[in-house]
Design a protein around this ligand. Structure first.
Ligand SMILES: Cc1cc2nc3c(=O)[nH]c(=O)nc-3n(C[C@H](O)[C@H](O)[C@H](O)COP(=O)(O)OP(=O)(O)OC[C@H]3O[C@@H](n4cnc5c(N)ncnc54)[C@H](O)[C@@H]3O)c2cc1C
Length: 112
């Protein structure tokens, strides 16, 4: 769902979705607005979902950093959670748009 009420560095569009297992779906996003800054595998992508209990959900980027067409993430459905994963599983069909923050570095234990 595109939350147009806020500014965000990136607008992403679902280019492909692949069911990996009963409860995991992978999404490939292309960037339709903003710059796809260089990233490394394992960096994470904060996606603005705009849900009351889950305004932002964060996912690890699993695509090849040399692939400059966008980002790939895999999302495990958490049926009892606050709704972030359920929203992506239900609403992120091909063509759906989302706002996202810039990809950030992986949090390393002990480094804050
Ligand atoms: C740096 C980072 C990277 C991440 N990368 C990934 C990734 O690559 N793929 C991925 O799938 N997720 C990833 N996550 C997790 C992701 O951000 C979400 O937390 C996840 O999608 C679940 O979100 P949710 O809102 O559906 O559930 P959440 O509310 O976050 O639920 C999380 C857990 O709490 C349990 N829970 C919540 N509420 C209750 C309750 N009332 N009673 C019992 N149990 C409850 C859920 O069953 C679940 O096990 C990452 C998180 C971080 C911080």
């Amino acid at each position: 769902m595109l939350d147009t009420g806020q500014t965000a560095p990136l607008t992403l569009e679902v280019a492909e979705r692949v069911r990996e297992s009963r409860n995991v779906v992978s999404f490939r996003f292309k960037v339709v607005e903003g710059d796809l800054a260089p990233f490394t595998a394992g960096q994470y992508l904060p996606i603005r979902l705009g849900l009351p209990e889950r305004p932002i959900s964060t996912y690890t980027i699993s695509s090849d950093p040399r692939d400059r067409s966008g980002y790939r993430i895999s999302v495990k459905l958490e049926p009892e959670g606050k709704g972030g994963s359920r929203h992506l599983h239900e609403a992120a069909e091909v063509g759906a748009r989302f706002l996202a923050e810039r990809a950030a570095r992986q949090v390393r234990p002990g480094r804050g």
